[in-house]
Design a protein around this ligand. Structure first.
Ligand code: GAP
Length: 454
């Protein structure tokens, strides 16, 4: 993990937020290469979820919503984690995580009292992650919603706060009717959205795995009660295949079934990924029944039932969802791709990123800095930029430049040398095999397009 965190910082993928001020816990910035990788992840998700599906449309709802949304959804009352504080060093931790570390499961449905009983029983075996002591304050439920003073000019907004959304899907639920009517979609159909969410996470460990500001990619599929579980199985299958197509290794993924479901859920599975700190949730795939629209019907007083245009049957749509973080996908992709191999007695660090996700698809490297080569190489790079993110590098030896591109996952390096001036051809080097091929300049774009698949 340390190697990945360090690689992300030094190569421009992820920086700690406000680092010159000492950082800001559980918030991260995506650097010049990180933003490209994150954008490519979002593009791949949107393509699979919206572009390739006739039954799913997109949405971009606002981060701020009416505060009643969060009351109706159950977040104001119940979106909390059990918090404790170490009596020696005052480090705050999640009690369920401390218990998990010693192999004891505290499930989401437990009351504060039940968690405290379990916590007290096991306290001697639990150690503070910072100072190692085993003396903690009792567990207290801590609400994760982040509050703001938006639109409140009274100076006292804490009693009636406006929340930053804790999940993006609530924007989908409240827009169900707008989208359904304006798109003329019949059930079953889905609404997908990518956007920021905010949670006052208690623990700030594990890099971008768990952050207080993060992006979610969520799809909510509206269907009949009878079809809910059929659609759920189809969605589970599609989501597994999506990760294989994205390039994740099957041996690093597994399904985890939730045994203790929240009261409205029919079934819930997570796709777990083998992160450097073990198998953890990458994505949640949930069958939510009619809970969400029923709650918003009650909360708003607006009837959200759907009438089938053929049978005229009126019912509350049931929902299945797929929900995953951009940051978690980013970390899974990097974990899968980060490779160290020995080449000619030296360690080569290479990010074997799937080509569609690589920040730069190609790098143009003139063999010499002299105008004779750098001018045509610069022109070639500019020509390739019309189609792909293209890097240009003329500093240091060609070997060092290849290594630099390997470290950031660029699939192809194109070298312009003195022979190029004569034979109008370039050397193309493959990142993974390191094999080199001489390609005529007139065929270069077609060659790259075929290899890159885009
Ligand atoms: N709408 C359902 C929902 O939000 P969730 O299990 O709380 O369910 C779904 O979150 C996904 O969002 C997770 O599987 C994870 O990928 C991502 N996620 C949740 N909390 C996160 C956090 N604090 N930091 C980064 N990603 C997070």
């Amino acid at each position: 993990m340390e190697k990945i965190v360090n690689h992300c910082k030094t190569r421009g993928f992820v920086f700690p937020s406000s680092e010159i001020y000492g950082g800001f816990a559980a918030v991260y910035d995506y650097g010049q290469l990180g933003v490209e990788l994150a954008n490519n992840i979002k593009r791949a998700w949107w393509k699979a979820m919206v572009q390739k599906r006739d039954d799913i449309v997109g949405l971009d709802s606002a981060i701020f919503m009416h505060p009643k949304v969060w009351e109706a959804s159950g977040h104001v009352g119940g979106f909390s984690d059990p918090l404790t504080e170490c009596k020696s060093c005052h480090t705050r931790s999640r009690v369920d995580h401390l218990l998990e570390d010693i192999g004891v499961v505290a499930d989401e449905k437990m009351t504060e009292e039940q968690i405290n009983t379990l916590f007290t029983e096991n306290m001697k075996k639990i150690h503070c992650p910072k100072c190692g002591n085993s003396d903690f304050t009792p567990a207290k439920s801590f609400n994760l919603l982040v509050k703001s003073n938006l639109g409140n000019f009274t100076g006292d907004w804490s009693k009636e706060p406006v929340y930053l959304r804790g999940e993006t899907c609530q924007g989908i639920y409240v827009n169900f009717e707008n989208v359904q009517v304006s798109s003329r979609k019949k059930l079953p159909f889905g609404i997908a959205q990518i956007g920021k969410a905010f949670r006052n996470e208690i623990t700030a460990r594990q890099f971008i795995f768990r952050t207080r500001e993060f992006e979610q990619m969520e799809m909510q599929y509206f269907t009949t009660p009878e079809n809910e579980m059929v659609a759920y199985e189809q969605l589970r299958e599609a989501r597994w295949q999506y990760y294989l197509d994205l390039g994740l290794k099957a041996e690093n993924m597994r399904w985890h079934k939730h045994e203790n479901l929240v009261f409205y859920a029919k079934e819930a599975y997570d796709i777990e990924y083998k992160f450097p700190f073990g198998f953890k949730e990458l994505e949640g795939v949930h069958a939510r029944g009619d809970y969400d629209l029923t709650q918003h019907s009650k909360g708003s007083g607006h009837d959200m039932t759907y009438t089938d245009p053929v049978t005229k049957e009126k019912y509350m749509p049931h929902i299945i969802e797929s929900s995953v973080g951009v940051g978690r996908t980013f970390l899974a992709v990097l974990t899968d791709a980060y490779t160290e191999e020995e080449v000619e007695g030296e360690v080569r660090v290479v990010l074997k990123l799937p080509k569609q996700l690589a920040p730069f698809k190609v790098a143009v490297l003139p063999l010499s800095k002299k105008d004779e080569l750098s001018v045509p190489a610069g022109e070639l790079a500019q020509q390739l930029r019309e189609r792909w993110m293209t890097d240009y590098d003329e500093t240091q030896s060609i070997g060092k430049r290849y290594r630099r591109q390997d470290e950031i996952g660029t699939p192809f390096c194109v070298t312009v040398d003195f022979e190029t001036l004569e034979d109008k051809a370039v050397t193309v080097r493959d990142r993974d095999s390191m094999k080199q091929e001489r390609i005529p300049l007139t065929e270069l774009e077609d060659y790259l397009a075929k290899q890159l698949g885009c």
